[in-house]
Write a protein that binds this ligand. Structure first.
Ligand SMILES: NC(=O)c1ccc[n+]([C@@H]2O[C@H](COP(=O)([O-])OP(=O)(O)OC[C@H]3O[C@@H](n4cnc5c(N)ncnc54)[C@H](O)[C@@H]3O)[C@@H](O)[C@H]2O)c1
Ligand SMILES: [Zn+2]
Length: 366
């Protein structure tokens, strides 16, 4: 492989690298720092990822670095972020056993990353974690920043921990096997990243939406690098989400509501965020914060890559109730709005404003 690109996540005291390169799977053992005294590595993955041989390639690369490696498959889908799957993994660690100097490797999308990350956070009170994200969403978002966890029947991500990885190793060539809908979904987070911090990123998508949709690896690599860089910078400035990290929630206030109320799976996360971006921008226009031309620009960009932009009609009481549960707000909610590209602001938005915007948008009317 040619030399991969490297981004530094500047966390105080324990910086780590995000390494991006085609063919990286076959060379991870040499390209990322492994824990000094590690003897064993447990790879956590899922069947659709194994089907393409990715975990096996990572295993070979780690064996070349003198580690003893096992691959453990968990069930596919969001359902894997569950307590019974977690205890199953603890059992695997205990039976082998995986020692406190050893390594857990997540080879997969955000589900595997969150689950394996939580195992790494908890096993022996915390062991080293290597994130090898294989979905676009995980490469630009989930694998970076140290949030790990599982779901309960009562809600998503209710149990978890912050546990920063040793490194993130992203090989964009694996995105070629990702189904188009999942690739396109990931683009919503990239558009979001561009909107909060990087006009160039947005322009690159606008210049070749068809290439994004088709999965042009060259283009995706450049998008992953820039978008991962934004997430890394924001996380470094605010690891525990007390300030700036909240800007990453642009599009997520309404996005979460849509994901929840439409029934999980109707809208993929990124698809719901796409609609959520439109709602946030329209709220901004209504409040005089956002220039109207920006909404039209973003709507065109999202639609060109195949993301939804129409706000469906939902039960309004349920919308407010869901938002209130998410954000602990009774009358309205705190939302990230945009003054322009690269200028996010956190604003309290009253219920009346939201109602006005949703009345105007629901069902496709503008
Ligand atoms: N920790 C964080 O900061 C953070 C941020 C955003 C999202 N998340 C979490 O991420 C999860 C969603 O992650 P996701 O969107 O990556 O979905 P996912 O992990 O469910 O992966 C989607 C599907 O693609 C398959 N797959 C993965 N890589 C593939 C490849 N290269 N080729 C073919 N198939 C492949 C998977 O097996 C799965 O079926 C959610 O649980 C969400 O809560 C976490
Ligand atoms: Zn998101």
């Amino acid at each position: 492989m040619s030399a991969p690109s490297r981004l530094e996540l500047e966390l105080e005291g324990r910086p780590y690298q995000i390494v991006v390169g085609d063919g990286l799977l076959d060379d991870v053992g040499a390209q990322v720092p492994l824990p000094l005294h590690a003897r064993r590595a447990l790879i956590v993955t899922q069947a659709p990822i194994s089907a393409h041989g990715y975990p096996e390639r990572v295993a070979l690369a780690l064996r070349a670095a003198k580690l003893e490696v096992r691959i453990h498959e968990v069930p596919d889908g969001e359902g894997a972020k569950a307590a019974d799957v977690l205890t199953g993994l603890w059992d695997v660690c205990a039976d082998w056993p995986l020692g406190r100097d050893d390594l857990i490797v997540a080879v997969g999308g955000g589900v595997v990353g969150d689950l394996a990350g939580f195992v790494a956070a908890t096993w022996m009170r915390g062991v080293a974690l290597l994130q090898v994200p294989t979905t676009l969403l995980a490469m630009v978002d989930a694998a970076i920043g140290g949030k790990t966890g599982i779901n309960l029947a009562q809600g998503k991500n209710l149990v978890g921990a912050f546990h920063q990885p040793l490194a993130v190793a992203a090989d964009p060539s694996v995105l070629a096997t990702l189904p188009e809908r999942l690739r396109v979904e990931g683009v919503a987070e990239i558009v979001k990243a561009g909107l909060i911090a990087d006009a160039t990123l947005l322009e690159r998508i606008e210049r070749d939406p068809e290439g994004v949709r088709r999965g042009d690896v060259e283009l995706l690599r450049s998008l992953v690098l820039r978008a991962a860089g934004i997430k890394a910078r924001v996380v470094a400035s605010d690891e525990r989400e007390t300030g700036e990290r909240a800007h990453l929630n642009l599009g997520h206030t309404y996005g979460h509501v849509l994901e929840t109320l439409a029934g999980y799976g109707t809208y993929l996360h990124g698809e719901a965020v796409s609609v959520g971006l439109i709602v946030a921008l329209e709220v901004g226009v209504t409040l005089g914060t956002t220039p109207p031309a920006l909404v039209e620009r973003v709507r065109a960009c999202l639609a060109a890559v195949g993301l939804p932009t129409v706000v469906p009609a939902l039960d309004r009481e349920a919308v407010h109730a869901t938002m209130a549960r998410d954000k602990k707000a009774r009358d309205g909610v705190r939302m990230v709005l945009l003054e322009d590209v690269g200028r996010p602001v956190l604003v309290h938005v009253g219920r009346a404003t939201l109602d006005e915007v949703l009345d105007r948008l629901e069902g496709g009317a503008r």
